[in-house]
Write a protein that binds this ligand. Structure first.
Ligand SMILES: Nc1ncnc2c1ncn2[C@@H]1O[C@H](COP(=O)(O)OP(=O)(O)O)[C@@H](O)[C@H]1O
Ligand SMILES: [Mg+2]
Length: 321
């Protein structure tokens, strides 16, 4: 079988620019369930990248393939420059699974110690770093209590600490704030920003739009196993061809030449404009200037990530999320 090749871009250290790359990945589970139907995406080193999508979109399946837990049907996934089926690729990876059930008799400290030992750390190594990790996630106070006494938010926090045990450079976090209260969510967000500042790459699965909007550098919207949209939050929330122009419009109707675009709404000082395909905002500005209209500001019209998501998902004939 010939594998599709990934064109690797190397940085100054000779490393792939990408922490994770997926190329045309298909996954069919027994029973003919197509979980992934040709997913292509790449995650840059040092960014927070979110896979956003309704339940069943295929987010967890892509994680499992990248982590060597599930096998892809066709395509290719690379982690840290190595194919995902290579155990070496997991050396620098931390994982917080979705719906995890850590042994309830362990303490928080015991869980982090176990994770470190499983990753090949010596007892003294992990004992050296465990207190710092538990402190990082705000769990020092409860480190010696059994997990069975923890709330969902505390479980997610020790879950993050165990994922960080062996100081991984790439983190896979599957629904990290699931069940966490609002304050806990803010704390987790701040923690992830801190980890990104340390240079870690963070891949998050989430169905929570506001969370993703506030933290991710880039997002891929997945639905029914396909990437529907991919880009920065800015890309996903701007309507590429719509602008709001503030200008001294003198209450005179503006008729743009149809080859430039059309006014969606107009008041004495604000104009919403939709450019015709392929036109740039410059042509509209030139036209307004030729009409002696003084322009005060020009900005792209933004929508919320939620609206972008709904439009993306409903665009593929989905009515219920
Ligand atoms: N082990 C499995 N066997 C059969 N079908 C599965 C299995 N795991 C997931 N699926 C199916 O694959 C699809 C994608 O699931 P999943 O990757 O868990 O999505 P998400 O994480 O976006 O909610 C769903 O239709 C789900 O029912
Ligand atoms: Mg999932």
């Amino acid at each position: 079988m010939t594998l599709p090749s990934i064109s690797v871009t190397l940085d100054a250290k000779g490393q792939s620019r990408y922490a994770i790359e997926a190329l045309d990945v298909y996954k069919t589970y027994p029973g003919d369930v197509t979980a992934l139907g040709g997913v292509t995406l790449s995650v840059l080193r040092g960014e927070i990248f979110a896979l956003l999508g309704p339940n069943g979109a295929g987010k967890t399946t892509l994680f499992k393939i990248a982590l060597g837990i599930a096998r892809l049907t066709s395509g290719r996934v690379e982690v840290d420059g190595l194919t995902a089926s290579d155990p070496e690729s997991r050396r620098r990876v931390g994982y917080l699974p979705e719906n995890h059930q850590f042994p309830s008799y362990l303490t928080g400290n015991g869980l982090v110690t176990l994770a470190g030992r499983l990753r090949g750390m010596s007892g003294s190594e992990i004992h050296g770093v465990a207190p710092g990790l538990l402190d990082l996630v705000g769990m020092s106070k409860w480190a010696d209590r059994e997990i069975k006494t923890y709330s969902k938010g505390m479980l997610q926090r020790v879950g993050l600490a165990q994922a960080l045990a062996a100081n991984p450079q790439i983190l896979f976090l599957d629904e990290p704030t699931d069940g966490v209260d609002p304050v806990g969510k803010i704390e987790i967000r701040q923690l992830l920003q801190k980890l990104r500042a340390e240079g870690k790459t963070i891949l998050i699965n989430s169905h929570l739009l506001s969370e993703v909007e506030s933290i991710a550098d880039r997002v891929a919207i997945l639905d029914k196993g396909r990437v529907m949209k991919i880009g920065s939050i800015g890309d996903l929330t701007s309507r590429g061809s719509q602008y709001e122009i503030q200008a001294d419009l003198k209450n005179v109707p503006i008729a743009f030449p149809p080859e430039i675009g059309r006014a969606l709404s107009i008041s004495a000082d604000t104009l919403a404009l939709e450019l015709k395909d392929g036109q740039t905002i410059n042509s509209a500005i030139d036209f307004l200037r030729s009409q002696d209209i003084a322009i005060l500001s020009v900005k792209p019209i933004k929508i919320s990530l939620e609206q972008s998501f709904i439009e993306t998902i409903s665009g593929c004939e989905r009515t219920k999320l």
